[in-house]
Design a protein around this ligand. Structure first.
Ligand code: NIG
Ligand code: FE
Length: 413
């Protein structure tokens, strides 16, 4: 099937020579074509350019979409989410307002363990329906590719249940989906004081079962103060790597945890959170294949110090920004809002923020060769905005939904 999108006020985020990621000064590069057309064939970007060069059969091709007054962008890529869960946690939200910290809530058995309790008893079909609804909502807000973690199971059977839900989402959703096994997300109460036994369970039982069913693309660990240690993390990553799962970890949210270093050591595709970063952590990321990934929604929701994203870019690093959509620390997967926060709170320019939420997040889930920009041969994942004045309007008008129509694999959804 062929679709021609015509009269695009500005086609933003195009690449003539596709790159896998952008770092440092490159992050300011955002190519676009004004008064543009875009041709999609069989779900793939076939051609794009200026309307003045749209000739002959293309000009009168069937299935024409008129984008007069509207901008077209590559879909957002969200490389860090936990959308398979059973219950919301607004009561803890109120506890936090009253003064309890995230770590205090976790210590008394709330937080991740609260979600795990509810998720354990939820039937797989129910979890699937809830996650599918969340996914559809995200799709309508402009997200086209997403990574989804397990981690609200914390027993072998529950973790497998969550990962099977993610597999079903992969099979049924038009989104590009990657799955991440996060068995080491929290320490179950019965393992408190001897968490190495839980780490053994993850390594000896969970990872082999997850691998046997081919359920995970990535392996994740919450490597932080009060959660898993650097030693636990190293052991788990080594075990996952043996089964072909690439590391992608939670690091340095609560403390300078050594998470960045252990992630880099095991060639993690990304290290995520990074609220607590010293110069050593920035140095350690230089010249590596690891994408530093910042989660503005989590820092906003928990009132955490901001990750030094500006400093990292100025030091020549790439930066990705994802939603961290989860019930405890970021109950929103709205990437338009992440884009705004990137500019408003982290002082990224709009160009840098677009790259951080599209190409670089695509890289952080290993799919930047197929999504993350408008380039010939990539998946035709894009959205058409409402009539707006410029691309800067997108991060500027925070809280407003600017997306009018969404196309994934060339088809309107
Ligand atoms: O990325 N930091 C660890 N995991 C999640 C939070 C999970 C939760 O509180 O339910 C995060 O913020
Ligand atoms: Fe997370």
């Amino acid at each position: 099937m062929r679709t021609v999108v015509k009269n695009i006020k500005e086609l933003v985020g195009v690449e003539q020579t596709p790159q896998l990621r952008k770092q440092g000064k490159e992050m300011s590069e955002l190519q676009s074509v004004k008064d543009a057309y875009l041709i999609v064939e069989d779900g793939i970007v076939k051609k794009f350019g200026s309307m003045s060069t749209l000739a002959g059969e293309d000009a009168c091709a069937p299935s024409v979409v008129d984008a007069t007054g509207r901008l077209v962008f590559p879909s957002f890529c969200d490389s860090h989410t936990h959308i398979v869960y059973a219950n919301s946690r607004e009561h803890e939200f109120v506890d936090k307002i009253r003064g309890l910290s995230y770590e205090e809530i976790a210590k008394r058995g709330g937080g991740i363990l609260n979600s795990a309790k509810a998720t354990a008893v939820a039937p797989e079909d129910e979890l699937y329906d809830m996650a599918r609804q969340r996914l559809e909502e995200l799709m309508r807000m402009g997200t086209g590719a997403i990574e989804i973690k397990s981690g609200y199971g914390l027993t072998t059977e529950s973790e497998l249940k969550l990962l099977r839900v993610i597999r079903r989402l992969k099979e049924t959703s038009p989104m590009t989906i990657k799955s991440n096994f996060l068995g080491a997300h929290g320490i179950p109460m019965e393992y408190r004081g001897h968490q190495e036994d839980y780490v053994d369970l993850v390594i000896n039982e969970m990872i082999p079962r997850v691998a046997a069913e081919g359920l995970a693309d990535f392996i994740d660990v919450f490597c932080d103060q009060g959660f898993f240690t650097v030693e636990d993390t190293a052991r788990i990553l080594e075990a996952g790597i043996k089964y072909g799962m690439r590391p992608k970890i939670h690091a340095n949210e609560m403390a300078v945890s050594g998470g960045v270093q252990v992630g880099v050591k095991y060639n993690a595709i990304s290290v995520d959170h990074l609220e607590q970063m010293g110069d050593a952590e920035i140095e350690c990321l230089k010249g590596t294949d690891t994408m530093p990934t910042v989660l503005p929604g989590c820092a906003f929701f928990l009132n955490l110090p901001l990750s030094p994203a500006r400093k990292m870019i100025d030091a020549g690093l790439p930066v990705a920004m994802a939603s961290d959509y989860n019930p405890g620390t970021s109950p929103s997967g709205n990437m338009q809002l992440v884009l705004s926060m990137a500019c408003i709170r982290y002082r990224l320019t709009p160009e840098e923020a677009f790259n951080a939420t599209t190409l670089n997040t695509a890289y952080a889930m290993g799919v930047s060769n197929e999504v993350g920009s408008i380039a010939v041969g990539k998946k035709a994942n894009f959205y058409i905005t409402k009539p707006i004045s410029s691309y800067e309007y997108l991060p500027y008008a925070y809280g407003e939904n600017k997306v009018e129509r969404v196309f994934l694999n060339g088809k309107e959804v």
